[in-house]
Design a protein around this ligand. Structure first.
Ligand code: ZN
Length: 150
């Protein structure tokens, strides 16, 4: 009887190890989002899993300079309202339209102009739905989407 139990225990250890290895290779997710001169993102929804390392690249595929048509990608914290945040952001011109110390945000990119791109890395927050925007003055109404953490 003792012999049989030992074998069962050995069989059960192996699949467990395999699952752990799989998780270790899956936890980095790469996302590319484009923005353009028409004041649009090409994605209105992004899905990741809780705890994923998110490597997000924002591309500006337009031609207009940063001062006229700058774009960034800002992930708002839960409870941060898009409208009031954007109004605050307008006053933060010297900080690329990000309120001091990123207050109300989870992650954000730098502000870029046509032909540029930028990449950030952050850990996906707790499960839930979050809002992302471009915080350049006047852009958030057209440039926003939902960041879903499963
Ligand atoms: Zn923009």
């Amino acid at each position: 009887m003792t012999f049989i139990i030992t074998i069962l225990a050995l069989v059960m250890v192996n699949p467990f190890a395999a699952v752990n290895n799989d998780l270790a290779t899956r936890d980095k997710v790469e996302i590319v989002i484009e923005s353009n001169d028409q004041m649009k993102f090409n994605l209105n929804e992004i899905k990741v899993k809780e705890g994923d390392t998110v490597v997000l690249t924002l591309k500006h595929v337009g031609k207009l300079p940063k001062a006229a048509m700058g774009h960034n990608w800002v992930l708002l914290a839960q409870g941060t309202e898009m409208g009031p945040f954007a109004q605050k952001a307008v006053q933060a011109r010297d900080n690329d339209y990000i309120p001091a110390e990123g207050e109300g945000t989870i992650a954000y990119t730098e502000l870029i102009g046509g032909g540029e791109e930028t990449t950030i890395e952050f850990v996906a927050p707790a499960k839930g739905e979050y809002t992302f925007i471009c915080s350049f003055p006047g852009h958030y109404a057209l440039m926003n989407g939902t960041f879903i953490v499963e």
